[in-house]
Design a binder for this molecule. Structure first.
Ligand code: PLP
Length: 404
């Protein structure tokens, strides 16, 4: 059998639709964020990155890097095993304490990524709570969807951020079945924020547990970076808070926090926690340094907010349509996969500006977009240049402008 022909046929279909993924070959340059080297067909050149999830540039923060270097000097590279078999390092436990404190919870549990934490925690809770029903927001991330699917628990999807729909659907589930309401605080692609107080209210009314993904909010919202749940004073009413160490914290890894019993439960039964090598101790040390820094420093968050507001105002001024939301994510809608790729290519080739096109299946077909994430390290000049480039492109490609 010609397997490669089978692979190629499906890849060709993807290319036809304009949904074939091309990765930018980047070399991040320490101390120069958001600048990076882009290795293209015609050699390497400097570009300004406008789509990084290292939202605050913490991946190049001197305290974070020093913590990682010190831990490498102290412990070496890898953890040397799964958490159960010799791989639990003291740095993991310090980080778990830091995380529990961040969210005001009894305990925390580390995973190799945010994806794995969602997948492992939801599949374990759904599979092991007898008769469990998971009520999942329609906009939830792939990692939650896959975890729920793997759990084989009954799943009910409620309309995105629609608390009345959630209420109705919770009421329809038998009162004795364990119910898990799974949702996010800041949704990654639209940048919208959930009505958390109302969701918590409805979940409590029906005796459901709440499972909250704060991946795009930790480090960024709340006085100590504890996310939207901290900002709204709701963290103590959320059963489980999940987050990542790879976005605003600038390192890698994922976690859940909650009661000691619940974390012990997931620790003891989740295959995605048990059967994999623990994170390198140096990764844990760096993540802890980043969290600790952002617990006390507001400067990065304030500067980021300023640059986000500035770019939004500039886009409004020249009539570039972008989705309104209350977060740091600015989606500029293109609504066509081929155009989206083309605009991204021109930005890169002609302007040295890198914004990855976001196409299906990351977003629904017809909602293709450029997802722009200004950081505290993008200067006013960077913003002016991006706006100039977009303005020229909008004229050049005869794209619709928003009417003021
Ligand atoms: C990125 C993302 C994750 C996964 O986190 P990683 O640490 O990158 O694996 C989980 N949930 C949401 C909403 C995300 O956007």
């Amino acid at each position: 059998m010609d397997f490669d022909a089978l692979f190629t046929a499906q890849l060709d279909a993807l290319k036809q639709e304009g949904n074939y993924r091309i990765f930018a070959d980047l070399e991040r340059r320490c101390g120069d964020f958001p600048r990076a080297r882009n290795h293209g067909d015609e050699g390497a050149r400097d570009v300004t990155v406008w789509c990084s999830n290292d939202y605050l540039g913490m991946g190049q923060h001197h305290e974070v890097m020093q913590a990682m270097k010190d831990a490498i000097d102290a412990c070496g590279t890898g953890a040397g095993g799964t958490r159960n078999i010799s791989g639990t390092n003291h740095y993991h436990l310090l980080l778990e304490e830091e995380l529990a404190d961040l969210h005001g919870k009894e305990a925390a549990l580390l995973f190799t990524s945010g994806y794995v934490s969602n997948w492992a925690a939801l599949s374990t809770l759904g599979a092991r709570l007898p008769g469990a029903v998971i009520l999942s927001d329609a906009g939830n991330h792939a990692s939650m969807i896959e975890g729920i699917r793997h759990s084989r628990a009954d799943k009910v999807i409620w309309r995105h951020n629609d608390v009345e729909d959630l209420d109705r659907k919770l009421a329809a589930v038998g009162p004795d079945r364990p119910k898990i309401v799974a949702f996010e605080s800041v949704y990654s692609m639209d940048g919208d924020i959930c009505p958390m107080a109302e969701i918590v209210e409805v979940a409590e009314k029906h005796g459901a547990m709440t499972y909250l993904d704060e991946v795009h909010a930790v480090g960024l919202y709340g006085p100590r970076g504890g996310g939207i749940s901290e900002r709204e004073g709701l963290a103590d009413r959320i059963t489980l808070i999940e987050g990542t160490l790879g976005k605003a914290y600038g390192v890698v890894g994922g976690y859940i926090t909650g009661s000691a019993a619940m974390c012990d439960f997931v620790r003891s039964f989740a295959s995605g926690f048990i059967f994999t090598t623990a994170l390198p101790p140096a990764v844990a040390a760096a993540a802890q340094a980043s969290i600790r820094h952002l617990k006390s420093s507001d400067m990065e968050r304030m500067k980021q907010r300023r640059q986000v507001a500035r770019l939004r105002a500039e886009l409004d001024r020249i009539g570039i349509p972008h989705m309104a939301n209350d977060s740091h994510i600015i989606p500029v809608m293109i609504k066509d996969p081929v155009k989206c790729r083309m605009i991204s290519d021109i930005l890169m080739d002609d302007w040295g500006i890198y914004v990855q096109p976001i196409n299906y299946p990351t977003v629904p077909k017809g909602t293709e977009r450029l997802r722009i994430t200004p950081s505290p390290l993008h200067s006013d000049e960077d913003i002016a240049r991006l706006v100039e480039a977009l303005s020229e492109l909008w004229s050049h490609c005869a794209l619709a402008r928003a009417v003021a």
